[in-house]
Design a protein around this ligand. Structure first.
Ligand SMILES: Nc1ncnc2c1ncn2[C@@H]1O[C@H](COP(=O)(O)OP(=O)(O)OP(=O)(O)O)[C@@H](O)[C@H]1O
Ligand SMILES: [Mg+2]
Length: 561
């Protein structure tokens, strides 16, 4: 049963009375006069409130607040600082506070059991009562973790409340999603949470291009100068459901884990399409890419190997031989030589093809984290992610077409979600037309592949791609362009700008889109021991917790010193 159902006319128990509606419109939102008993400082942007209309409850978000006075004269003669009495006399009558509310969803009060929340198409009348939401309101809208279908996964709690806000994992897995926020706001933590939800409820199998080695096995947690602490990676939480592939096995081992597969890439696996998106990183001009196509036309998949086997002076003669522009080919040759420095590049594969191996794992429903180890250059990340994603996507297209032809349940591909960081590098307006990631974002989920894009500069992402993103989880952004980008293609977001810009700098996020019935600001769920336990991933204390506990016990015995 869908948890988000009407209550059959049952009146919900409500929280504190906040005020009454005095003004507003459907387009611009509503204004509430704050009750004198309420402190304006408790009204935070992003807070969840309910307006009780006559026929509907309007689930709303606080977007702004303002101080006002009935008579401007009063403001010219403010009470003295210590004149509390006068202040109290004025408060609520002559001086008052206005809070802007944006209704996001309305729920008919007398609805039958099958009627759930719906988009706002009406407004409540004058003096409708506004109240704080209660646990059961939040649950009614966002569902509750532990539902029999396993749809709902809690990402956090509303501001000033302890209830969980859940996202619908089925809907989350259905589309490409984005996690945004400026640096240090908790994107990687949010991504880990979302991935845990997908893996735990088996809503999608994941391929994660883990540039900073923070998803597979153990990740650092900032402690504000109070030593170092670590959180668990997906492998530690989900064991056999997660495989770690490594481009830099030495670094992976040094961090205490044996990779399941050591990834090498041979020159013959690199297509011209994989080089084209590197134009920025390699500073290639378009004619250089055209020359690459000329080499490819003759040498096919051996094109790169052939080109790199030439010594500098021979390239010009080679250009003449194949009819390419000598200058461009020389430049291309010189720049592609950089690829030879990558330790994972080999002329011949000794082991299995990494992409085939990734596909085998994904087919078995095992999530793959590809660690880059010390290979953290953007060039490396773009190159490898492109090569692998392009071929995985090809395989998925084939699988999906077979399924469309046979229509047999057993042929239906598993939904795949590919996580990429620094997404604007793959999805800026130029790259989005060239990279496989642009294709995946645009074709939606026709071929059962979607993206989880993590980025601190959403304004760098192509508009068309942004408009295809189903659910956006956004931590604090300051740049006006980035804020605008995150709200691209979402209707009814007026007022959310101020909310986004006023989030805390850590562990708060605005969730909008396909997986939630209405936009909501959350305090992000704490990713730590309690979460591991709630997920049922940890039956006993893990190593770090045990250490922490011992340390705490020692402290308790001997004091801080
Ligand atoms: N859900 C959470 N649970 C626990 N700690 C969190 C959570 N979210 C954020 N933090 C804290 O905030 C810090 C920064 O988070 P995180 O590393 O995810 O930021 P980021 O946005 O990925 O930054 P960058 O852009 O530099 O990668 C973490 O080290 C941690 O201390
Ligand atoms: Mg990060």
């Amino acid at each position: 049963m869908d948890a988000r159902k009407g209550t059959g006319g049952k009146k919900a128990r409500r929280g504190r009375r906040l005020g009454v509606i005095t003004k507003g419109s459907l387009v611009e939102g509503l204004e509430m006069k704050l009750d004198p008993a309420q402190n304006i400082e408790d009204m935070k942007a992003g807070k969840f409130a309910i307006i009780e209309g006559e026929k509907n409850d309007f689930f709303s978000m606080v977007t702004d607040m303002r101080l006002d006075a009935t008579n401007p004269e009063i403001l010219l003669h403010p009470p003295a600082q210590d004149d509390d009495l006068l202040r109290q006399v004025l408060s609520g009558t002559s001086t008052y506070n206005i809070v802007s509310l944006r209704p996001m969803l309305m729920m008919p009060k007398a609805a039958g059991d099958d009627e759930g929340p719906r988009p706002v198409k009406a407004i409540p009348s004058h003096f409708s009562l506004v109240q704080e939401a209660e646990e059961e309101d939040v649950e009614r809208i966002f569902g509750k973790e532990g539902d029999p279908e396993g749809r709902y996964f809690s990402l956090g709690t509303p501001l000033d409340m302890e209830t969980q806000v859940c996202i619908d994992m089925v809907r989350f897995a259905e589309r490409s999603n984005g996690i945004f926020g400026k640096t240090g706001t908790g994107k990687s933590f949010l991504t880990r949470l979302a991935l845990c939800g997908l893996i735990h409820f088996e809503r999608a199998v994941n391929l994660i291009f883990d540039m900073h080695n923070e998803y597979g096995f153990r990740a650092m947690k900032e402690t504000g100068g109070r030593g170092t602490s670590f959180v668990k990676g997906l492998k530690q939480l989900f064991g056999d459901k997660v495989a770690i592939f490594s481009l830099d096995p030495k670094s992976t081992r040094a961090r205490g884990i044996q990779p399941d597969f050591e990834v090498c890439i041979s020159y013959d696996q690199i297509a011209v399409e994989d080089i084209a998106p590197l134009q920025d990183e390699l500073k290639l001009n378009p004619t250089a890419v055209e020359s690459a196509y000329l080499v490819y036309a003759i040498y096919k998949e051996k094109w790169l190997r052939t080109l790199l086997s030439l010594e500098g002076p021979d390239v010009e003669a080679f250009a003449e031989e194949i009819g390419a522009h000598a200058g461009s080919l020389v430049a291309l040759h010189r720049k592609l030589k950089r690829l030879e420095n990558f330790p994972f590049m080999v002329s011949k594969l000794h082991d299995a093809d990494a992409v085939d191996r990734i596909m085998e794992y994904l087919d078995r429903g095992i999530n793959v984290v590809l660690e880059f180890g010390q290979q953290t250059s953007m060039l490396c990340y773009l190159l490898v992610a492109n090569i692998i994603a392009r071929r995985i996507h090809e395989m998925y297209v084939k699988k999906s077409e077979r399924f469309y032809a046979t229509q047999r349940v057993e042929d239906q591909p598993r939904q795949l979600m590919i996580t990429i960081e620094e997404a604007h590098k793959f999805l800026n307006p130029v790259a989005a037309k060239q990279t496989i990631f642009g294709t995946i974002a645009r074709e939606m989920r026709k071929y059962y592949v979607s993206l989880l894009i993590v980025d601190q500069r959403p304004s760098g992402i192509d508009d068309e791609v942004l408009s295809q993103i189903g659910t956006r989880i956004t931590a604090l952004l300051n740049d006006e362009k980035d804020i605008q980008a995150v709200l691209t293609g979402v209707s009814g977001t007026e007022g959310l700008r101020s909310v986004l810009a006023s989030l805390d700098s850590k562990q708060q996020a605005l969730v909008i889109g396909h997986a939630v019935p209405m936009p909501v600001v959350i305090k992000t769920r704490e990713y730590g021991p309690q979460f591991y336990r709630e997920l049922g991933c940890l039956d006993e204390l893990g190593e770090e917790e045990r250490k922490a506990k011992v340390q705490k016990d020692i402290q308790a015995l001997f004091g801080e010193s």
